[in-house]
Design a protein around this ligand. Sequence first.
Ligand code: SAM
Length: 219
Amino acid sequence: MRLRNIPRAESVLSEHDKVVKDEKTYRGNWGQVFGNSNPIHIEIGMGKGQFLLKLAGRNPQINYIGIERYSSVLLRAVEKYEEEAEEEGALQNIRFVCMDAAEIGEVFSPGEVDRIYLNFSDPWPKKRHAKRRLTSKEFFARYEGVLAEDGRVEFKTDNGDLFRFSLEQVEEAGWKLTACTWDLHHDKEMNAGNVMTEYEEKFSAQGNPIHKLVASRKD
Ligand code: SAM
């Protein structure tokens, strides 16, 4: 994601009612934030938000939390929320958090999250940065600390090296691969109901196949 510092980002986000500040104080109490006990699905590295906003519109019975590290990027998602919430007059089931996903265990309690989406995560191509990849075994251990027992991680990318690495890490982390395709858009079963992200639209338009895996904790 190309980053440009947007000076007003911090102040807009700090005043927006759907951006959760002091996120660590809600650990174990996210139901309170939404005012219900619906399942919680999160996207880590939500970028400009197209994917999560569309899911939130489709599934009002699910609570969605979009996590993004950079305020200038999250600002775009919040602006998109403003446009779409106005159009649909709804979207009460989404919140945004500006944070580094490495801290996820301080923000959610064990079992509090039902699903984690990772879409076109940064590849961190240098081997010495492998631990920073959101599909490294170190991150799977963090996900294990917050996911419900029957929860799952869904990951999409067009990056073959990152996808191969991620498949290995699922195994090394002791997780179970429950579904996998190297060409999502030509896989009728796995593509059913697929919601495209900004990156997915861009890279599939360039002819790149999209890879997807679904992983769950081993019981
Ligand atoms: N998911 C979007 C899509 O598919 O269009 C955006 C993909 S973009 C390549 C990856 C995003 O993940 C960037 O906006 C980046 O800032 C965010 N990101 C990367 N590492 C992160 C982390 N540790 N915590 C939170 N966000 C992260």
